[in-house]
Design a binder for this molecule. Sequence first.
Ligand code: TYD
Length: 201
Amino acid sequence: MRGRFLVLDGPDGSGKSTQIARLAARLREKHENVLVLREPGATPMGEALRDLLLHADVDITPLAEMLLYQAARAHLVETVIRPALAAGQTVLLDRYWYSTAAYQGHGLGLDPEEIRRVSAVATKGLEPDRLILLDVPADVGLARLKGKRDRVEGRSLDYHRRVRDGFLVEAKRLGGKATVIDASRDEESVAQDVRRAVEGS
Ligand code: TYD
């Protein structure tokens, strides 16, 4: 039986990493075989691209940036996600192509429709069983960030506002397959809503 494919996505500072760790622990208690992955990353190639995209001091055009995220994604889907799902594992993925639509599309000004098409090529059409969008206003999310900001986190407040709005647009397009959760609340309330969204899908 094919495993479940669940994606958590959202703006910087939405608390995704905390909520994914909590959800993974919860599902493992119920004896689900859970694989937690993140984008960009989770494969040696993806982690190398992550370093380039987020930490290298080099100029990258918006189109090139978008394609690099898609390249990391294509490799991850083909070499890790599809085999895991085929083996019946539950895959919890921290960010997917909705991030590219939000950050490089709505944020950097590339055409979101073009990004949706390139994403469909990169993933060969693999869509999650559920997208959980942790929604948080840009200023609230940015205020939560600790430490040195990476290339994307360091962009302007206006940029991050467009990203947040972009996520809401993409979730709306997905209709019933997306759950939008108000992540400006306390961790426990958000965790309860995440659990409910997953258990109902
Ligand atoms: P994240 O893993 O949330 O960062 P952190 O390690 O700080 O928790 O995300 C990494 C960054 O990558 C984030 O700022 C958004 C960016 N990103 C894009 O711009 N486009 C994409 O397609 C993806 C997957 C991530």
